[in-house]
Ligand binder design. Sequence first.
Ligand SMILES: C[S@@+](CC[C@H](N)C(=O)[O-])C[C@H]1O[C@@H](n2cnc3c(N)ncnc32)[C@H](O)[C@@H]1O
Length: 271
Amino acid sequence: MSETAADTAQRSLEHWSEAGRAEMEAFYALATEDYRQLAAAADWPALLGAQARDGWRLLDVACGSGKFPAALLRHTDLSALPPVQYDLLDPSDFSVREAKAQLRPPFVPGAELVVTLQDLPPGDPYEVVWATHALYALPPAELPAAAERLLAARREGGVGVVAQATARSHYLAFYDAYRAGVRDATPYTSAEQVRDALRGAGADVREQLLTYTTGTADRAVAEGFLQRCAFDDSVGLDAMEAAPALGDYLAGCRDDAGAWTFSHEVALLWF
Ligand SMILES: C[S@@+](CC[C@H](N)C(=O)[O-])C[C@H]1O[C@@H](n2cnc3c(N)ncnc32)[C@H](O)[C@@H]1O
């Protein structure tokens, strides 16, 4: 088992970069579905409309490349909403630039906060705070601090939501198998851990579960997606399939015709 690569949070930061663009695009060949599912999971125009007021603000935590606002703009009708200041938080300045380029009315680019969530300084709270498929690389040991910051960032009476895969879902199960078979590392943070940390910080959390599958019969597409799932493009699909634990996991994702199906269970944690 190789031990040379950086740990999870550092690999995440290295791959959310211009150098990681091709790998990121390969990942979203399948993962765009994650955001279509989120856009369909709630009545976002009504939820956001209930918060709208003069000078209202929204914080996107771990904004990545802005797939969630892009999905909302594409799949829902936000045209009745007044402009909202859309602040972007991410430790990767590449991510902040990518997400900013996705914003269209009613989302008006606001502050660019190039920090981790756990290092977010106190400030004026927001009407809306969300973190969508965002907190996997946040080290579990730093979750209590991160949950406190998340809760403090949401105005009393505002809307907060985290969308995160559960421990049995593909992203977590795959990474556990990768850690067992290829390279040890800090595990990804699960929805259950985020929920417990939010409750520990005093939040009243309501859970909503989404289940769906993504898949492909194309080996190159599967390889690109899976490499990004581990932030590791040094291990090809052949090597993944030959690795202990990971090989078994991937065999379990294949049907008789050889196509891959990945099973997702995502919790929306409303607070
Ligand atoms: C999968 S992306 C998030 C997707 C995004 N919400 C969207 O709508 O496209 C994960 C992001 O989390 C960021 N990230 C990693 N660790 C973080 C931390 N501790 N705090 C905040 N963001 C973090 C990464 O830099 C990356 O941009």
